[in-house]
Design a protein around this ligand. Structure first.
Ligand SMILES: Cc1cc2nc3c(=O)[nH]c(=O)nc-3n(C[C@H](O)[C@H](O)[C@H](O)COP(=O)(O)O)c2cc1C
Length: 116
């Protein structure tokens, strides 16, 4: 089995790890009093940015995190209620018992808010 197929079957642990790392970076910046913005749109210009930033194989650009001193404190944005976007599967909840998983986190697919 190729590395790509293995990662696909495991729901892309490479991308999950990157997301966790970037979130920790943003959270750490905030804890130190900085503002940070996680951006993937600049990756559209990855070839040029990789050249400018000296990113070389096997590394590749997947996101940019802008970090700086905030000029203000923006209001938080509206969030969906947690129970609409996150479900904890336990042995008692049925599906988890059938699949042998316990206490796994399951999030809805994009555009889907109710999996019950
Ligand atoms: C994977 C990902 C990619 C993002 N890419 C961009 C981007 O390219 N440009 C941008 O202005 N914001 C982008 N954002 C959103 C900002 O990082 C956003 O301010 C941050 O997620 C906080 O969300 P909030 O503004 O809803 O509080 C991205 C967020 C995520 C999670």
């Amino acid at each position: 089995m190729s590395r790509e197929e293995h990662d696909r079957l495991r729901a892309r642990p490479d991308l999950q790890s990157l997301g966790a790392a970037i979130q920790l970076l943003v959270t750490a910046a905030h804890a130190l009093g900085y503002g940070a913005c996680w951006m993937s749109a600049p990756v559209l210009a990855a070839p040029r940015l990789e050249q400018l930033l000296g990113v070389e194989e096997p590394a590749r650009l997947v996101a940019i995190v802008a970090v700086g001193v905030p000029s203000g404190h923006p209001q938080g944005t509206r969030r969906l209620p947690v129970d609409e976007v996150l479900r904890f599967a336990t042995p008692e909840s049925g599906a988890a018992a059938e699949s042998g998983r316990a206490a796994s986190a399951a999030a809805p697919a994009p555009g889907e808010t109710d999996r019950s």
